[in-house]
Ligand binder design. Structure first.
Ligand SMILES: [Zn+2]
Length: 526
C-alpha cells in the first residue's frame, strides 16, 4: 500500500505519467491486480490490425500495455472518485478506456494509439448504438443486479470513451486536464455523478478561455446541458449537409440501422471547407435544432464535416459532394482517421439504402498505403466489404467480380505493400466466408502470386495453407492436381500439409458421420 510512484513520464513509469497528468498520487496497491488478471483474459485480446503496425508480438505487447494502463487508470476513476450509483458506471469505464490510449501513447508513441481510437472504440460505439434496443449511457433507475451487470458493455466503455474524445475535441486537452484535476481533487475519496464532472469541465473552460477562446460563443460553458442530450438519450445523430451557393444547410436526425422514431442532439460540427485564406476548420453548433443554415463569405467547392472524426455522429452529403470527396481522396487530401470515417459512413449509409454503394467502393479504390499514416482505413474497408457476404452468397457472378476487384486493388495497383496485401486477403477470405472464391482466384493467378511471394517463405506458406479446410474428394483431387502441376517454392511443405488435412477431414467425416447421427438421434435431451 501507499506506493510512491515515479514522477517520470515514459516507458519506465506509466503510473508516474498519470500522476503528472491528474495531479493526484497513487495510494492503493491495485498494481498487483493489474498484473495478476492478465493471463485470464489474454486469449481474447488478439485484435486485427494490418501488419503495417508490426508483428503479432508487437500487438500482444500493445494489448498487455493497454490492459495494465486501463487498470491503473481505475486508481483515479473508480478508486479515488467513485460514482454515486451504478447508473454512472461510465465515469469509471469510459475514462479508464480513454486514458488507456493516452497512457499507452506516452509509453510508446510509435504505436500511434491516438490514431487508433476511431477504429478501436468509436467505430464500435457507432455500430452498437445504431440499434433501437441500445441504451443511454446514464441508465436512470437501474437497480437490479443483473441489469447492473449488463451495463459493462460497449455503450459504457466505447460510447462513453467516444464522448470523452468528442468533449476533448471541443474543449481541448488543456481544459480536459484542468477539469479532471478540479473534479478529482473536489471529490477525492467521495462519490460523484456525471453532472459534477461536467460542471468541473465548464469551470475549467471558463478559467482557461475567459470568454476569449477559439470558439467562445460555444455552449461549452454549460456542458451539463450539452452533454445531457448525449448521455441520457439512446443512439446518436446522422448529420446531413448540403451546399447551396455560399450557404451550408445542416440537418440532423436520429441514426438507426433500421430507422424508426426521432430525437435531436446538441452537437458541434467541425467543417472543412476549401478556403485557401482560412485553412482553419469552421465550427458550427446545432443548438438542439433539427436544421441550421450557415452563410460563408465564399462559395465552397465541397464540404467535409466532422474533422478527424472527433464527433460521435455519422455524416451524409449530396451525391455530387461525395464525388468531390472521392476526387480529393485520390489526391491524398485526407488523413487516416478522416479516411476511416468517410469509408465507415459511406459503407454504412449504403447498407441502409441512403447512398449508392458505388461511393464507398470508389473511396476504397483511392486508398494508397504510403499516403496514409496508419492502416485503419484498410481495416475498416475489409470489415465493411466482408459484411456484403449475404449479397455475395446470393449472386455468384457478382461475388466473383468483387473478389477480382479487391485483388486488383491489393495486388495489381501497387497501392499497398505486398506483405500487407496477402495478410489482408487472407483475413478478408475468412471473415467474408469467401474462402473458395479466394482460393479459386489464387489458382487462376498463380504466376502473379509466385512472382511476388515465391521468395517470401512465410507468406508463400500462408498461401499454400489456404485449402486445408476443404473436406470433399472433389476438392482433394483438384487441389492435388493443382499442387502437382504448379511451382510451390517454399510453400511446398504447407501444400503437402493442406492435402493431408483434406484427407484427414474426409476420413474424419467417414469415421464419424454414422455414429454421430446415431448418437444425436438417441440422445435424450430433457
Ligand atoms: Zn475497467
Amino acid at each position: 500500500n501507499h506506493t510512491r510512484p515515479d514522477t517520470a513520464c515514459g516507458p519506465e513509469a506509466v503510473g508516474g505519467c498519470y500522476r503528472d497528468v491528474f495531479d493526484e498520487s497513487v495510494v492503493m496497491s491495485t498494481y498487483l491486480v493489474a498484473f495478476a488478471i492478465l493471463p485470464l483474459d489474454y486469449g481474447s485480446l488478439t485484435r486485427e490490425v494490418p501488419t503495417k503496425y508490426g508483428s503479432v508480438k508487437t500487438l500482444e505487447k500493445q494489448n498487455v500495455a493497454e490492459v495494465i494502463t486501463h487498470e491503473i487508470a481505475h486508481q483515479w476513476f473508480g478508486n479515488i472518485v467513485t460514482m454515486t450509483w451504478w447508473d454512472d458506471l461510465w465515469l469509471n469505464e469510459a475514462f479508464a478506456t480513454f486514458t488507456q490510449f493516452i497512457g499507452v501513447d506516452v509509453y510508446n508513441p510509435t504505436w500511434n494509439m491516438m490514431d487508433r481510437c476511431y477504429v478501436e472504440f468509436v467505430m464500435n460505439a457507432l455500430q452498437t448504438d445504431s440499434m433501437l434496443h441500445s441504451h443511454p449511457i446514464i441508465m436512470a433507475g437501474v437497480s437490479d443486479p443483473s441489469e447492473i451487470e449488463s451495463l459493462f458493455d460497449d455503450i459504457s466503455y466505447f460510447k462513453g470513451s467516444s464522448l470523452i474524445r468528442m468533449l476533448e475535441g471541443v474543449i481541448g486537452r488543456r481544459v480536459l486536464k484542468e477539469g479532471l484535476m478540479i473534479y478529482l481533487n473536489r471529490f477525492a475519496w467521495r462519490n460523484a455523478a456525471s453532472k459534477d464532472l461536467f460542471e468541473a469541465f465548464s469551470e475549467a473552460y471558463r478559467k482557461i478561455n475567459q470568454n476569449s477562446g477559439a470558439h467562445s460563443n460555444s455552449p461549452a460553458e454549460n456542458l451539463t446541458r450539452v452533454m445531457d442530450t448525449w448521455t441520457t438519450q439512446v443512439n446518436y445523430p446522422l448529420v446531413t449537409v448540403r451546399i447551396s451557393g455560399n450557404r451550408l444547410h445542416f440537418r440532423q436526425e436520429r441514426f438507426l440501422l433500421y430507422p424508426n422514431g426521432t430525437q435531436i442532439w446538441e452537437s458541434h460540427q467541425t467543417n472543412h471547407v476549401p478556403d485557401r485564406q482560412n485553412p482553419e476548420p469552421m465550427w458550427t453548433w446545432l443548438d438542439l435544432e433539427e436544421s441550421k443554415t450557415v452563410e460563408l463569405d465564399h462559395t465552397p467547392a465541397f464540404v467535409k464535416i466532422n474533422l478527424n472524426q472527433t464527433g460521435l455522429y455519422r455524416c451524409n452529403y449530396e451525391f455530387s459532394n461525395w464525388q468531390q470527396l472521392v476526387k480529393l481522396s485520390r489526391q491524398g487530401y485526407f488523413g487516416s482517421t478522416d479516411m476511416a470515417g468517410l469509408l465507415n459512413d459511406a459503407f454504412t449509409l449504403a447498407y441502409i439504402g441512403r447512398l449508392n454503394i458505388s461511393v464507398p467502393f470508389d473511396l476504397f479504390e483511392t486508398l494508397e498505403e504510403d499516403r496514409l499514416d496508419s492502416g485503419t482505413p484498410w481495416t475498416i474497408s475489409m470489415r465493411k466489404i466482408s459484411e456484403l457476404q449475404p449479397l455475395m452468397a446470393q449472386d455468384q457472378q457478382s461475388a466473383e467480380k468483387l473478389v477480382k476487384l479487391i485483388f486488383k486493388i491489393l495486388f495489381d495497383q501497387g497501392q499497398i505493400r505486398q506483405t500487407d496485401a496477402i495478410t489482408i486477403a487472407v483475413k478478408f477470405a475468412r471473415r467474408s466466408g469467401a474462402l473458395d472464391l479466394v482460393w479459386t482466384h489464387f489458382t487462376r493467378n498463380w504466376d502473379q502470386l509466385l512472382k511476388i511471394y515465391g521468395h517470401m517463405p512465410f507468406l508463400m506458406s500462408d498461401i499454400t495453407k489456404f485449402p486445408a479446410d476443404y473436406y470433399t474428394e472433389f476438392d482433394y483431387e483438384r487441389t492435388r492436381e493443382f499442387f502437382e502441376t504448379h511451382s510451390l517454392t517454399s510453400g511446398k511443405r504447407n501444400a503437402y500439409q493442406s492435402l493431408e488435412s483434406i484427407r484427414a477431414n474426409i476420413a474424419w467425416i467417414k469415421h464419424n458421420m454414422e455414429s454421430f447421427k446415431t448418437f444425436i438421434k438417441n440422445k435424450v435431451i430433457e
